[in-house]
Design a protein around this ligand. Structure first.
Ligand SMILES: [Zn+2]
Length: 332
């Protein structure tokens, strides 16, 4: 969708289990009777085998929470009344709903139904995708958000035994007897996992929504993995560092000759685009938020960057919440 690389924000985080968590490995088959029936995902990292938190699971967790926030404040009215206005105000779809003619289903599924002979153009894909799909992607749109796998540090892989075996049964709802099991499952209960979240070519309303999800993650309101309803999956998340980068920040100017990227401001992607492009992408035109904490430094290559650590890390996101509120109230 974007042939330019205008801004990028990276969040460095550390996740610690707050009780047992389980992210299931794909089919473990149960061939080896000495292994638990459900194993935690493992991979090779720094020359050793280790449990880890896959980026796909982390992204799924964050997306699901953004959808929940978006649905909570959503006010689209009826699709039948005005299709274009409906999509402009549509904050979230339901990607898990596969009823093929359901208006409340996922945007991605809609593309395969309505554009089955040829793929939608970039503009069609944007205009017919909800706000959350525009940020996290769907079958027709690339994601702006990327999550790395989260690994223990090298010393930790060697030093800490993080896993514990547990036993469970599934209870038959009618008879109250054991339906499946007993089975063993492997959980992770200790250790730290470090990873990064990257958003590229973001708008300020997108950062606002992501910020609300990160705040909830920090406040331990989001769980991950298997059996969340039974209390598994609780995690503590620390936001260690946030860095903001404008790769061509020193070179890009407004038509009046002022720099677009200035201290105390976060420039969303629409701040770099002309009116025609803004309309084509369906963005809001005033895509700048203010945050006194931001002081940019040259990277020596024509780019500008700012780093936030300590208690200030979520301030950038918080200052974008009013932009998200504008989208909630008036559409994008
Ligand atoms: Zn969608």
């Amino acid at each position: 969708m974007f042939k330019r690389y205008l801004n990028e924000l990276t969040v460095h985080f550390t996740i610690t289990p707050d009780g047992p968590i389980l992210i299931k490995a794909g089919d473990t088959g149960g061939v080896d009777p000495t292994r638990p029936d459900m194993e935690f995902v493992r991979t090779w990292y720094n020359g050793r085998e280790t449990v880890y938190l896959p980026g796909s699971s982390l992204k799924g967790m964050l997306r699901a929470h953004c959808e929940k926030i978006a649905r909570t404040v959503s006010n689209t009215g009826h699709q039948a009344e005005n299709g274009q206005e409906y999509m402009r105000r549509r904050l979230s779809c339901n990607p898990l709903l596969d009823e093929s003619k359901n208006a409340e289903g996922g945007c991605g599924e809609k593309f395969s139904r309505l554009w089955n002979s040829k793929p939608p153009t970039a503009e069609e894909a944007i205009h017919h995708s909800c706000f959350v799909c525009q940020l996290f992607g769907n079958t027709a749109l690339a994601s702006h958000v990327r999550l790395s796998d989260a690994y223990p540090s090298a010393e930790e892989i060697a030093a800490v035994n993080r896993t514990e075996e547990r036993h469970g049964v599934a209870i038959d709802r009618v008879y109250g007897s054991v339906a499946v099991g007993p089975f063993q499952f492997e959980t992770v209960t200790r250790g730290q996992f470090q990873g990064t979240l990257t958003v590229r070519n973001f708008t300020t309303p997108q950062l606002g929504l992501l910020g609300l999800a990160l705040r909830d993650l920090q406040a331990r309101r989001i769980s991950i993995g298997f059996a969340k309803s039974r209390g598994l999956g609780r995690i503590k998340t620390a936001i260690d560092r946030v860095s903001l980068r404008y790769p061509a920040g020193e070179l890009l100017q407004r038509s009046e000759g002022q720099p677009i990227v200035q201290d105390g401001q976060i420039a969303g992607v629409a701040a770099f685009l002309g009116q025609q492009e803004i309309a084509a992408y369906g963005y809001r035109s005033d895509d700048v938020a203010s945050s006194d904490a931001l002081h940019y430094q040259s990277d020596g290559w024509g780019g500008l960057e700012a780093d936030l650590t300590g208690g200030d890390t979520l301030i950038v996101f918080q200052s974008c919440v009013p932009a998200w509120a504008e989208v909630v109230h008036h559409g994008r």
